[in-house]
Design a protein around this ligand. Structure first.
Ligand SMILES: N[C@@H](CCC(=O)N[C@@H](CS)C(=O)NCC(=O)O)C(=O)O
Length: 212
């Protein structure tokens, strides 16, 4: 548990969505308990877990008396709760907050849900969702079109939002990791950005925590 004597349990490990949470907690320097359940193991369908998340999906956190699902909402809550990652002045402005919503939605919808998860469903999980070469090819093409439209980071060693590391770097880097894992070649500047972010101790620590 953290020095602030908060009770924190993370349910889920081993997936790109659970990695978002473990990486954020590594960046924040928080100690917690992990219940390392995995997807498609039956572990998300127990009565105990279903009471926490009727969607039967990981990750979920239990933080004091709060139960929260959805990896992005969890990252934002943790950052607000533990306050060890600073928000720079731009990130507090209306313009900065609009940009935040724009990039977050782009990463979650255009890169994850519309592209990478379609590839996952119709290639990696074809036995559950059905194989479709057409859907997979269209999703790969769409991912490339979207990622090539991303105006930032414009230089390899630049955080994606404002001048400090944020959950948007976690979202984007894990999407880039996922794209590489399914054989998508990244544009050079994003390959360099990914390599730079991967050198962070938090990325490495988060990887270990997510492997638990
Ligand atoms: N939008 C959710 C997606 C969560 C999700 O799809 N989790 C998958 C693993 S990555 C899952 O738990 N699947 C349940 C199962 O297959 O048992 C989030 O970002 O947290």
């Amino acid at each position: 548990m953290s020095g602030q004597q908060q009770e924190l349990v993370v349910w889920g490990a081993g997936t790109s969505r659970t990695f978002r949470v473990h990486w954020m907690l590594a960046e924040l320097g928080v100690i917690y308990t992990t219940k390392a359940i995995g997807p498609r193991t039956g572990e998300t369908q127990t009565a105990e877990f279903t009471a926490l998340n009727p969607k039967q999906k990981i990750p979920v956190i239990v933080h004091n008396d709060l139960i929260l699902s959805e990896s992005f909402a969890i990252m934002k809550h943790l950052r607000r709760s533990f306050l060890s990652l600073e928000y720079d002045p731009y990130q507090q402005t209306e313009k900065g907050l609009c940009e935040y919503d724009e990039i977050a939605t782009f990463c979650l919808m255009e890169l994850d849900a519309t592209s990478l998860y379609v590839i996952r469903r119709h290639e990696g999980l074809a036995e559950i969702y059905g194989a479709s070469d057409t859907a997979v090819k269209a999703a790969r093409d769409y991912f490339l079109r979207m990622i090539n439209s991303l105006p930032i980071p414009s230089s390899p060693k630049q955080f994606i939002w404002g001048s400090t590391f944020s959950e948007l770097d976690i979202l984007l880097t894990i999407n880039l990791d996922w794209a590489k894992a399914v054989g998508i070649d990244l544009p050079n500047h994003l390959a360099q950005y990914r390599h730079w972010i991967q050198q962070r101790p938090g990325y490495k620590d988060g990887t270990s925590r997510n492997a638990a």
